[in-house]
Design a protein around this ligand. Structure first.
Ligand SMILES: C[S@@+](CC[C@H](N)C(=O)[O-])C[C@H]1O[C@@H](n2cnc3c(N)ncnc32)[C@H](O)[C@@H]1O
Length: 340
């Protein structure tokens, strides 16, 4: 017999064997499909014949979750945020993760254009997919105001979201379009400070990594030498509007925060903003960019959390050796804010 109803027994999700309850569950599933279709994620609809009803204590009347198989967990139909099962949700809620560049992402980038390596600081679309899957549902609008070569746009394409991107440097903007031509009308070659002029629609979620102050202009001779030798860019641009060219820390913070304050007005109520940044060092002194930005943006947003992105496959440089303490900073803060 196909089981139409599951419950939790000793921390395990197992089928209910009672025939009467299964009949009741089958009826309820048909009713859900008829009356609440808009609440059901597409991937459940596509496999509806395999879908079962779930309630942890085995109460059909109260059951409001569906599953396809017990290992993947159940999806709660009252979930307003995403299309994840409880199991997937909890997995993502860990406050840290380790992520290193993936071969499959680099391959995708280079197949589109060998020039993608020109950009000195990109993140992985696969990493961003995880955030998009958590903070949105299919078809919703996601904004990256520092879109670079379009990694967030690729993540949107892969997850069925609508990507909105802003990038100052025309060369990187062109690469974004080449990677995701479907977002031709929603990726802009603009200064993000002008975001209000773009007349964007309501955005469900924004995720971005801004310039980490002017670190690239101060990067080591080796970094510059190696990249120049290969013909790659050593900074984003020479443009005055490029936030990476602002030498004064407080001014940089103010201009960056203003862009995120403008995004506040575009975000839907309850929508989330994730900013990926690092604390950085200049002439031996630490500038807590992530912490300063968290505090500054809290003037408008509610700071919800930090999620640490750790890279454990980057070589260690002998900074400070043999006379002074200087760490290799290999973690970034994914700061999570909410429009409340
Ligand atoms: C850390 S990179 C983001 C890279 C992107 N996440 C990716 O994976 O391609 C920051 C980007 O911000 C852009 N940028 C700097 N100032 C800007 C501004 N005022 N408006 C829009 N983009 C800007 C830079 O050109 C750079 O591409």
């Amino acid at each position: 017999m196909k089981h139409y109803f599951y419950y939790k027994d000793k921390k395990q999700v197992v089928p209910v064997l009672d025939e009467g309850k299964n009949k009741q569950a089958k009826k309820k599933l048909a009713h859900i499909l008829k009356t609440k279709k808009e609440l059901i994620p597409d991937h459940f609809i596509e496999r509806w014949s395999e879908v079962a009803l779930y309630n942890p204590s085995g109460d059909v009347e109260k059951a409001n979750a569906i599953l396809i198989n017990a290992e993947d967990g159940a999806y709660d139909l009252s979930n307003p945020l995403n299309e994840m099962t409880g199991k997937e949700w909890v997995k993502f809620s860990c406050s840290w993760f380790i992520f290193n560049a993936l071969h499959k992402d680099l391959k995708e980038e280079r197949e589109i254009s060998p020039n993608t390596q020109d950009h000195p600081a990109t993140f992985s679309p696969t990493m961003i997919e995880g955030f998009i899957n958590f903070f949105t549902k299919k078809g919703e609008a996601v904004l990256d105001p520092f879109c670079g070569i379009g990694s967030t746009m690729v993540a949107c394409k892969r997850t069925g979201r609508v990507g909105y991107g802003i990038e100052l440097n025309k060369k990187y903007y062109d690469l974004s379009l080449k990677r995701t031509p479907e977002f031709k009308k929603t990726i802009f070659n603009e200064n993000a400070a002008n975001i209000k002029k773009l007349k964007l629609p309501k955005i469900a979620f924004s995720i971005s990594s801004p310039p980490y102050w002017d670190v690239l202009n101060r990067s080591t001779k080796d970094f510059k030498k190696d990249r120049t030798k290969d013909g790659f860019d050593v900074n984003y641009s020479e443009a005055e509007e490029d936030l990476g060219n602002i030498g004064d820390y407080d001014l940089f913070l103010e201009k960056l925060a203003n862009i995120y304050f403008d995004i506040f007005d575009l975000l839907k109520d309850g929508g989330y903003l994730v900013v990926i940044v690092k604390n950085i060092k200049k002439e031996g002194k630490m500038y807590p960019l992530a912490w300063d930005l968290a505090r500054l943006l809290s003037k408008k947003y509610m700071l919800k959390d930090e999620k640490l992105w750790i890279q454990d496959k980057v070589g260690l440089a002998p900074y400070g050796y043999p006379s002074a303490w200087a760490s290799n900073i290999l973690h970034h803060y994914c700061l999570v804010f909410q429009k409340k």
